[in-house]
Ligand binder design. Structure first.
Ligand SMILES: C[S@@+](CC[C@H](N)C(=O)[O-])C[C@H]1O[C@@H](n2cnc3c(N)ncnc32)[C@H](O)[C@@H]1O
Length: 332
């Protein structure tokens, strides 16, 4: 049984995990057919996956995906105990291939609970957090790409500034990038946090800036926004008609990316006013009553699990196939 302890962590007596956000709301939004095929594209420690399995019949299937080795080890344990579960390690952007390899067809529901898990954040060795010292890595999949340290130690100052501005939405981006370049080489999380603190001295301001710099570097190193867009488009195209797509997002960049794509599916492409168009493409999705334009966690959920504070649940139901060219990340 999961219970909230220390805010984000949960213990079931044996394994520390992750307190799933908006658990009942996600299950209510997603499960339309107890016997269908489903996908949890971000297994983490399986909080949502277990909740979905509890509602599904013995004939259902649940494909779980994660790019993190520790998450996959935990998923393999679940698959050993429940024959409905299929496990794939990799990026959810490659969803089509994961579905084909797992012999899952026309899923009725797909969940994306994006970002990092508490297990990743709280393990200093992963380098995601400045609250403890550890190697400056930040990769969700340590087989893949370059670590935060390798990128920060080699990238030109203007590239670092652009990443901090775009993904950290911080207007001190240039000052922060200059301080980071001056402090190179950087190998640990506290060295990066120290460089940020020197650039933005007031205690409150430097905590805020460090949060934004760590978020920006993490998004860049894991290519998170492009992955999210690829994953959502692949998911929408794979869904069965009447199937549902639900997302849990944790900051404005993610919220807006999902909102833009969902609006495109629900309302059709936005066209310049007064453009003489005939045969406007019909909507391919509709909103789900229980979620509307988005659901936030209650105050009592946030009280038990502070990580839920910034969460937003959005969901749509597919009513038709999308035209091949959906909106792209650049078209915000
Ligand atoms: C917030 S956690 C999910 C928590 C999960 N719902 C639970 O209840 O335990 C996000 C997970 O998604 C994984 N992830 C993030 N981006 C991914 C991607 N592009 N492909 C596959 N997994 C990804 C992370 O490794 C992490 O384990």
């Amino acid at each position: 049984m999961l219970a909230a302890t220390r805010g984000r962590w949960a213990m079931d007596g044996k394994e520390a995990g992750h307190v799933p956000v908006l658990l009942e709301e996600v299950a209510r939004a997603l499960v339309v057919d107890r016997h269908g095929h489903y996908v949890d594209a971000t297994f983490g420690r399986g909080g949502h996956a277990r909740r979905l399995l509890a509602q599904l019949s013995p004939h259902a299937r649940l494909l779980v995906i994660d790019r993190d080795a520790d998450a996959i080890a935990s998923a393999a344990g679940l698959a050993g105990a429940d024959r409905r579960v299929r496990v794939r390690r990799g990026r959810f952007g490659d969803l089509k291939e994961h579905l084909a390899q797992s012999e899952l067809h026309a899923p009725r529901g797909i969940l994306f609970d994006v970002g990092v898990s508490s297990a990743q954040l709280d393990d200093a060795e992963r380098g995601f957090s400045f609250s403890a010292d550890g190697p400056l890595d930040m990769r969700m999949d340590r087989r893949d790409g370059v670590s935060a340290a390798s990128w920060l130690n080699r990238a030109p100052e203007r590239e670092i500034a652009a990443v901090i501005e775009r993904y950290g939405e911080d207007f001190h981006a240039r000052r922060l990038a200059r301080a980071i370049v001056r402090a190179r080489p950087l190998y640990t999380t506290l060295e990066l946090a120290g460089a940020v603190a020197r650039a933005v001295p007031a205690a409150h301001a430097n905590k805020h800036a460090a949060t934004r710099v760590f978020q920006a570097v993490r998004i860049h190193v894991n290519d998170e926004l492009r992955e999210l867009e690829r994953g959502l488009k692949a998911a929408f195209s794979a869904l069965a008609p009447g199937g549902r797509l639900a997302t849990l997002t944790f900051h404005g960049l993610e919220h807006r990316l999902v909102r833009r794509l969902f609006r495109h599916w629900v309302e059709g492409p936005s066209l310049p006013p007064r453009l003489p168009v005939r045969d406007l493409p019909a909507p391919v999705a509709r909103r789900i009553d229980v979620v509307g334009k988005g659901l936030r966690p209650s105050a009592s959920e946030v009280g038990i699990n502070p990580r839920a504070r910034s969460a937003l649940l959005q969901a749509v139901e597919k009513i038709a196939e999308d035209a091949p060219a959906a909106a792209t990340e650049g078209s915000r």
